[in-house]
Design a protein around this ligand. Structure first.
Ligand code: GLN
Length: 240
């Protein structure tokens, strides 16, 4: 039984969606919460199991087209994630996981597939595969989140509707395909960034912890994260 005071993290469908180290997002979130003295309980929910609606932070990763379609169908049918978001849980969705949060996304042949409808976005198939390092500047309305660094590998392009705001503006890379990368609405963040995203951008992990707990996370020693960030940024921005 989960204890009342623990931070509850839910990792959705690792059997279908978890490419390019996305599971590292769960580890980073757990570690950053524990380093602040919180107790953490993580549930890995396979696609054959119901998604509990009692979590505080939900994470979902990227994947190939076929498992992405399956994941969207199962999440729609299950309803647990919808109930969790309705009660104010935070959600971090990466690449395929990001696309399926929208109204539609492109299937294996580019055919429109129904998403789960938690974000006002629509994705389709682009003209080429976007592969490589991505750098982007975060919407200042989210507070002091430094330049995003990550890795992208997707065919999809994403159009943002009125109900969401761009997470960031791309400096290097493709992201949504229109000069923006990812989006946010309420306590949901979607992004194309792998890497894993929260290891390369721990400030995003802290944003999720803040949303989940209502308390600004205390500063911690981020020397190693910072070294990784600088190495990655220098690899694509010669002046960094
Ligand atoms: N299948 C999706 C696309 O190519 C998502 C890929 C991914 O998650 N890396 O757009």
């Amino acid at each position: 039984m989960p204890s009342e005071s623990a931070l509850r993290i839910v990792w959705i469908y690792p059997d279908l969606l978890s490419t390019y180290g996305d599971q590292g997002n769960v580890l980073v979130l757990e570690q950053r919460a524990r380093r602040r003295g919180a107790s953490v309980e993580t549930v890995h929910v396979r696609s054959s199991d119901p998604v509990p609606d009692s979590g505080d932070i939900y994470l979902i990763g990227g994947g190939e087209d076929r498992p992405q379609i399956l994941a969207a169908e199962r999440l729609r049918r299950d309803g647990g994630l919808h109930r969790a978001v309705a009660r104010g849980a935070a959600l971090f969705a990466v690449c395929a996981g990001y696309q399926i949060m929208g109204t539609t996304f492109g299937g294996e042949e580019g055919q429109p597939v129904e998403g789960v409808g938690l974000l006002d976005i629509a994705s389709g198939r682009g003209t080429h595969r976007a592969v490589g390092e991505l750098v982007a500047e975060v919407d200042p309305a989210l507070g002091a989140v430094p330049t995003l660094t990550g890795f992208e590998n997707h065919m999809g392009v994403t159009r943002l509707g009125q109900g969401v705001r761009p997470l960031s503006r791309t400096v290097v890379g493709t992201g949504n395909g229109d000069g923006t990368e990812g989006c946010y609405a309420g306590k949901i963040v979607g992004t194309y960034l792998h890497g894993p995203a929260l290891a390369r951008n721990p400030a995003l992990a802290d944003l999720l912890l803040f949303w989940a707990t209502g308390t600004p996370p205390t500063p911690i020693d981020d020397t190693w994260y910072e070294r990784l960030r600088q190495e990655r940024l220098a690899a694509v921005l010669p002046s960094a």
